[in-house]
Ligand binder design. Structure first.
Ligand code: SF4
Length: 216
């Protein structure tokens, strides 16, 4: 091979070097489809589990174990943040319905942006963008502000068309698929058929669940 063709090859490798991207993972099933898409788009993806809002701790541990299982199946590096502040979550007295929750988005997106910057990632996004039950615009707005604050970029990508596919992938991979968003308020708001099963599993009574301060 001539010197010239060697040079061209080197150039090609440089220009196609994958861009590193940090994927905030709200849970395993929601991360399935975004992870597949991002890899197909050529990103070098690592995950970040940071969800201090999940109630109760037993559920938080189950979701983390699920993320670990996905990481193993997909050969994905996942950073874990063990911050857990469920009591504080109740004290926030959330006022929005499930999937409209600014405090929750702000806390997680700020931490994801901070962590991305600290680890040298220029770009981050979140698996929350796959869920039709979340507030897409609010997540994008909050994450973009967080990105600016920490000097990184937020990848706005609408994964929602792949939500069902992602759930099917999670099922095929044997992942646990939870029936509520995460916090104690959302546990109380979920379909009573599932809610009562969770309450029994967690040894809780309905009367123990706090109500949101204001219905919007
Ligand atoms: S329902 Fe709870 S866990 Fe879900 S986004 Fe709102 S505050 Fe966060």
């Amino acid at each position: 091979m001539s010197d010239k063709s060697n040079h061209l090859q080197t150039q090609a490798v440089r220009t196609t070097a994958p861009e590193r991207l940090l994927l905030h993972m709200c849970c395993g099933p929601c991360a399935e489809y975004p992870l597949e898409q991002l890899r197909q788009q050529g990103y070098q993806v690592s995950g970040y589990f940071y969800n201090p809002n999940i109630h109760p701790q037993q559920e938080w541990e189950t979701r983390l174990a699920n993320v670990r299982r996905l990481a193993e199946l997909k050969n994905l590096t996942v950073y874990e943040n063990s911050d857990y502040r469920e009591q504080q979550w109740r004290d926030y007295g959330c006022t929005a319905r499930s999937g409209q929750c600014q405090i929750c988005y702000a806390l997680r997106m700020n931490e994801a942006a901070r962590f991305a910057a600290q680890r040298g990632y220029k770009l981050f996004t979140t698996s929350l963008l796959v869920s039709p039950y979340q507030n897409y615009e609010a997540i994008v707005r909050t994450a973009s502000l967080a990105a600016r604050r920490y000097g990184v970029s937020f990848l706005k990508q609408d994964f929602r068309p792949g939500y069902r596919k992602g759930q099917e992938m999670a099922k095929a991979d044997g992942l646990y698929r939870q029936k509520y968003c995460g916090c104690i308020f959302s546990l109380g708001e979920t379909n009573p058929k599932y809610r009562d099963r969770y309450l029994e599993r967690f040894g809780l009574n309905l009367a123990e669940l706090p109500q949101r301060l204001t219905e919007q």
